[in-house]
Design a binder for this molecule. Structure first.
Ligand code: FES
Ligand SMILES: [Fe+2]
Length: 430
């Protein structure tokens, strides 16, 4: 049975109080509703076009809990196919990635081409005239579209276009995509890990400027050991930092980097020898985009959350991260590194070093974050404490990235999608 809508989020803008009921982190019924009202309604990230560069290239993916295949057909069209045989259900693609002209179901050997068309049935004469191969091709989500190389799928035929859905997030995807003159690529390899925590805790954490210093002490100690003192900087009053509500539940925190971008670790003492290279790169950006935009690409970092479960952290390396709840208190996380296609081997090695040593599941940051998220989840066993507080900076005229505006943007949209059907039903009944 549906719950009263007001029980999830308490949003008192006059008083400056914002609270989230902790049931949303552990209640199986809430997860069931999220599957229907969020994951079946929103545009969900599937993969990047560069992951299937040639005809027949494919990647099997778990998207919103379903097996799918991202594949480039012989007509060069990128499709998302639902990985289930239209005969009796088996998954027709069992490899993680590869290149194939056809997918043959291992159960009774029905065969589909890379466009998803059914092209072979053993003993086809056993079927009546009413049976049609055309109707039995592999299915696709109602919507498949891409923006600047990022491919999304949506199961709701009535959903708004991906372009409109992305709203203010497009500007930030542009800042990422513009880092290459010829196109961005997902670097081979993938980080896959899991956490015993609700998926929304990772949404919050991914653009949480408040937790940096206390949670990642180890990293900041390391930085100060090698002569970079980030701890003395007050993030909240640093120039050019701001959290932005991008609409539709998307949000970003943008801030000036202490570590040098877009190729990380050019700063002394990491790589004084790289200064000239960095300046050359920057001059190229200035030529293409003008001083202001070039400055923004080279000097600021972005933690971007695209509702509901895509995070792009354009910090040192560029990480694409997506995650999905397997259970209320358990999520699976996948992450990829994104880089300019034309990047040199030396730059690429540095980028991947960052991708592993700071952001990776065995790096400086992610294990600390996962420990905190799992700690929250364990803390929720104390059911007496019903509400989490997300009010920080709510009454400030200019909230900082150590405030929680970005999380409120997520939660408001989440709450709207979760409660709208109930509100409409209540209205109809009244
Ligand atoms: S289930 Fe695929 S051929 Fe039978
Ligand atoms: Fe963190």
């Amino acid at each position: 049975m549906d719950r009263p809508p007001e029980n999830y989020v308490m949003d008192d803008q006059a008083a400056g109080l914002f609270r989230v009921n902790r049931r949303v982190f552990y209640d199986p019924e809430c997860l069931e509703q999220e599957r229907r009202r969020i994951f079946e309604k929103c545009w969900i990230y599937v993969g990047h076009e560069s992951e299937v560069p040639h005809a027949g290239d494919y990647r099997s993916r778990n998207v919103a809990g379903r097996p799918m295949v991202l594949v480039r057909g012989d007509d060069n069209v990128i499709r998302v196919l639902l990985n289930t045989c239209t005969h009796r259900g088996a998954m027709v693609c069992r490899q993680k990635s590869g290149n194939a002209k056809t997918f043959q179901c291992p159960y009774h050997a029905w065969t589909y081409n890379a466009r998803g068309q059914l092209v072979g049935i053993p003993g086809e004469d056993a079927y009546s005239d009413a049976f049609s191969r055309e109707e039995r091709g592999l299915a696709s989500p109602a919507g498949v579209d891409s923006y600047r190389g990022f491919v999304f799928a949506c199961f709701d035929p009535a959903a708004q276009s991906l372009y409109d859905y992305l709203a203010g997030a497009r500007e930030y995807l542009d800042l990422v995509a513009d880092q290459s003159e010829v196109g961005m690529k997902v670097v081979a390899g993938q980080q896959a890990y899991s956490a015993r925590a609700n998926w929304k805790l990772l949404v919050e954490n991914s653009y949480d400027g408040y937790h940096g210093l206390p949670t990642h002490q180890r990293y900041f100690t390391f930085l100060s050991d090698i002569g970079i003192d980030v701890r003395s900087r007050d993030l909240a009053s640093a120039p050019h930092q701001k959290p932005v509500d991008l609409g539709n539940g998307h949000a970003v925190v943008e801030y000036q980097s202490a570590w040098g971008r877009p190729i990380a670790h050019w700063v002394p003492p990491f790589g004084e020898h790289r200064r000239a290279h960095f300046e050359e790169l920057r001059a190229k950006f200035e030529k293409r985009f003008g001083k202001e935009r070039a400055w923004r690409i080279c000097e600021t970092s972005r933690n971007l959350g695209i509702f509901p479960n895509l995070v792009i952290n354009d910090i040192m390396a560029i990480t694409i991260r997506t995650f999905y709840p397997v259970a209320p208190g358990y999520m699976e996380v996948n992450a990829w590194a994104l880089a300019p296609l034309e990047e040199s081997a030396e730059d690429s090695a540095l980028r991947l070093d960052n991708f592993l040593t700071f952001l990776g599941p065995g790096g400086f940051a992610t294990p600390d974050d996962v420990e905190m998220l799992e700690s929250c989840q364990r803390g929720f066993l104390n059911r007496e404490v019903e509400w989490s507080d997300i009010s920080r900076g709510m009454k400030r005229e200019h909230p900082s990235i150590t405030d929680e505006l970005q999380m409120r943007a997520f939660w408001r949209r989440w709450n709207q999608l979760m409660t709208e059907p109930q509100i409409q039903r209540a209205r109809r009944a009244a």
